[in-house]
Design a binder for this molecule. Structure first.
Ligand code: PEP
Ligand code: MN
Length: 353
């Protein structure tokens, strides 16, 4: 249930309404929007309380919300959430670009890729130190050492960092080194992991499970929000369909749908969403045109020899840089702010397609 207040309501009145709600043993969640303040109620609301609230001065309406997720819903929080990480704003009309390898492989590899991500205009360096692999004999990531390598590369080149965390036990160490924690598609419903991520304030990029509905996805986000961490981004990374030409089917409609249902920033991953390098550029553009707040893109200096199989979907550095230049122009057309530096083309000249 939500309580919609009058535009002119005072802080004191809001306090009184919250008091009335909490007195009856349910939780109140205040969201101050540009237009009006909305007070969301979590817990079973007795009809007498609803009626009482409806009669209170300053209350315009009391509306029943039938969705199972609350804090993630736009009903509870009408304005876009904007997550500010060391001055980089994610959400609203900002476009954030996260780029880097599937996996951190060596200090030299991640340092060189970080340099190229920065030169192209990206704001966040991606790279997995712990890799969720389908088979147990595949390369599993370099572990904590990879976190150290990535943190150093991010610091040196002035980039934020994002890395995947797979188990609750590793949340604290990953949060110590990375600015954003990624929950992979296979872990979207790892509820112990989600609960643990709710206990910290480090921003989380939650990937959509490859067989998950929007409702399940938003309920997974709700676990993190309900625990007390408001810094959650949603990531569409493709779902499993009958089509086998592409690795997954990037669900572009998810972008506007999730933005209608939720206030959380929506990031698109055209790399895992397609599994094919030649499709990353068009699907990046399509994602931005559909309203994405950001992209997470795999880029590698030597994709043919990357340590995970994801080289086939990784852009070469010059492709990444050219794409970002085009996204700057496209962003201007669709209300997404993004600027690339005036990097000399020679920065990318050694990398060929
Ligand atoms: C990744 O980002 O490298 C990754 C493993 O992603 P996903 O969880 O979407 O497969
Ligand atoms: Mn990958």
């Amino acid at each position: 249930m939500i309580v919609v207040t009058n535009t002119s309501i005072s802080e004191e009145r809001i306090g009184q309404i919250v008091h009335e709600i909490e007195k009856s043993g349910v939780q109140a969640h205040v969201s101050r929007g540009t237009d009006r303040t909305v007070i969301g109620i979590i817990g079973k609301v007795e009809p007498t309380l609803a009626e009482h609230l409806r009669q209170m001065k300053g209350v315009e309406n009391v509306i029943k919300i039938s969705k199972s997720y609350k804090l993630a819903s736009r009903d509870f929080h009408p304005d876009d959430t904007i997550i500010d990480i060391k001055g980089v704003k994610i959400g609203g009309d900002n476009l954030v670009i996260m780029g880097g390898p599937c996996a951190v492989e060596s200090p030299e590899q991640i340092d060189e890729i970080a340099r190229l991500v920065k030169a192209a205009g990206g704001q966040v360096l991606r790279g997995g130190a712990f890799k969720p692999r389908t088979g147990p004999y595949s390369f599993q990531g370099v572990g904590v050492e990879g976190l150290v390598m990535m943190a150093e590369a991010g610091r040196k080149h002035g980039l934020l960092t994002i890395t995947e965390v797979m188990t609750p036990e590793y949340v604290d160490v990953c949060a110590e080194y990375a600015d954003i924690l990624q929950v992979g598609t296979r872990n979207m419903q790892n509820f112990d992991l989600l609960r643990k991520l709710g206990t910290i304030q480090t921003p989380v990029l939650l990937k959509r499970g490859f067989s998950s509905t929007y409702d399940e996805f938003l309920n997974a986000a709700e676990y993190i929000l309900a625990g007390g961490n408001p810094n959650v981004m949603l990531c569409e990374r493709g779902i499993r369909t009958f089509e086998s030409y592409t690795r997954n089917t990037l669900d572009l409609a998810a972008i506007p749908v999730l933005q209608q249902l939720s206030h959380l920033p929506v990031i698109s991953d055209p790399s895992h969403g397609t599994g094919r390098r030649e499709l990353v550029e068009p699907m990046s553009k399509a994602s931005v045109a559909a309203g994405a707040n950001g992209l997470i893109i795999e880029m590698h200096t030597d994709p043919d020899n990357s340590m995970t199989g994801d080289g086939v979907q990784s852009l070469f550095p010059d492709q990444f840089a050219n794409l970002l230049k085009e996204l700057e122009q496209l962003g201007a057309l669709v209300g997404r702010r993004f600027e690339t530096p005036k990097a000399p083309a020679e920065a990318f000249a050694v990398w060929t397609k």
